[in-house]
Write a protein that binds this ligand. Structure first.
Ligand SMILES: NC(=O)c1ccc[n+]([C@@H]2O[C@H](COP(=O)([O-])OP(=O)(O)OC[C@H]3O[C@@H](n4cnc5c(N)ncnc54)[C@H](OP(=O)(O)O)[C@@H]3O)[C@@H](O)[C@H]2O)c1
Length: 279
């Protein structure tokens, strides 16, 4: 297996280029899929309080042959827990559900700007980091104004912003802003949920040229753009293909051609963080 590339945040914290998404990996099957993924070579596992699988992810971590210290487990604080007191309990609850001493990366799941409490949620994460129960703090679905607000209020910059990125929605401006600030971009639904995107002729053509699958081509496109991707894969076959894709190097014209699939309305659903809110 070739070495997994990784990307560094402003504080030196590194994430591997490819991690394992776990949305809909629940129960015993979810735990088995997480353990299998870790044993195959994944070192970053992405979960959330709202996926109702932190317990299964924790069980998968314990069932794997990999030492806990080598694993980065990322989870997310839900929208209904932004208020200071609730946020503190929720952060602790995630840790207990996972069965870990500290979460490695704890994100605010959505900013929910109309509620206006994401600043409190951020401060709760920063406080937990100071207590040592969260190693690194980050956000998800944050727009530039949300990033500015939490950093100016707390003096603490997130290490990562997990946002929707795939070839239909390449988010070049967000990637550029994050790169300027040393904030890692983590792409959610990096394969566009493996729908029609994987039949796009440009992707099929690049895949054929490298002797890889369209899904692997999309993962290699993320790596080339310096983005961490967290494809969800329940089967060992998909998990292995996705790991292998991390070391595929695309030519710059191939990357550009795939980015050319981007469109203003390319989101998978109406998930604009300025208006879409999740509790
Ligand atoms: N922060 C947020 O708001 C947010 C939102 C959405 C998602 N996420 C995170 O991002 C992760 C990934 O996003 P996602 O699950 O929505 O979508 P995704 O990773 O883009 O797509 C998942 C789908 O791709 C299939 N797949 C995986 N590898 C494949 C391969 N090599 N070839 C063909 N098909 C393949 C999977 O099938 P199998 O399972 O059958 O292998 C599954 O149906 C989530 O699991 C979650 O951790 C975060």
């Amino acid at each position: 297996m070739s070495e997994m590339p990784s990307f560094a945040a402003h504080n030196g914290f590194r994430l591997p280029a490819v991690g394992l998404g776990t949305y809909r990996l629940n129960g015993d099957a979810g735990a088995a899929a997480v353990a299998a993924g870790l044993d195959l070579g994944y070192r970053l596992v992405d979960t959330a309080f709202n996926y109702e699988n932190e317990g299964a992810v924790g069980a998968g971590i314990r069932a794997s042959a990999i030492d806990r210290s080598e694993i980065i487990v990322a989870t997310k604080l839900p929208g209904r827990h932004h208020a200071a007191a609730k946020a503190r309990d929720s952060i602790e609850e995630s840790r207990h559900r996972l069965g870990v001493d500290a979460t490695d990366l704890h994100l605010i799941h959505w900013p929910n700007p109309s509620v206006g409490q994401y600043g409190e949620a951020w401060q709760a994460l920063v406080d937990a980091q100071q207590r040592g129960t969260v190693r690194h703090v980050g956000v998800s679905n944050f727009l530039p104004e949300h990033l500015d607000r939490i950093e100016s209020a707390s003096g603490v910059r997130p290490v990562a912003n997990q946002i929707e990125v795939h070839p239909y929605f390449p988010q070049q401006e967000a990637l550029d802003l994050h790169a300027e600030r040393g904030i890692l971009t983590v792409a959610w639904s990096p394969l566009g949920r493996a729908r029609e995107l994987l039949q796009e002729p440009v992707i099929v053509e690049v895949a054929a040229g490298h002797g890889i699958t369209p899904a692997q081509t999309v993962i290699a496109w993320h790596v080339a753009r310096g983005t961490v991707s967290i494809p969800k894969a329940s089967s060992i076959e998909h998990q292995q293909l996705n790991l292998d894709a991390a070391s595929v190097v695309l030519a710059s014209d191939e990357v550009e051609a795939i980015t050319g699939l981007g469109r203003a309305d390319g989101r998978l659903f109406d998930g604009d963080p300025a208006t879409h809110e999740e509790m």
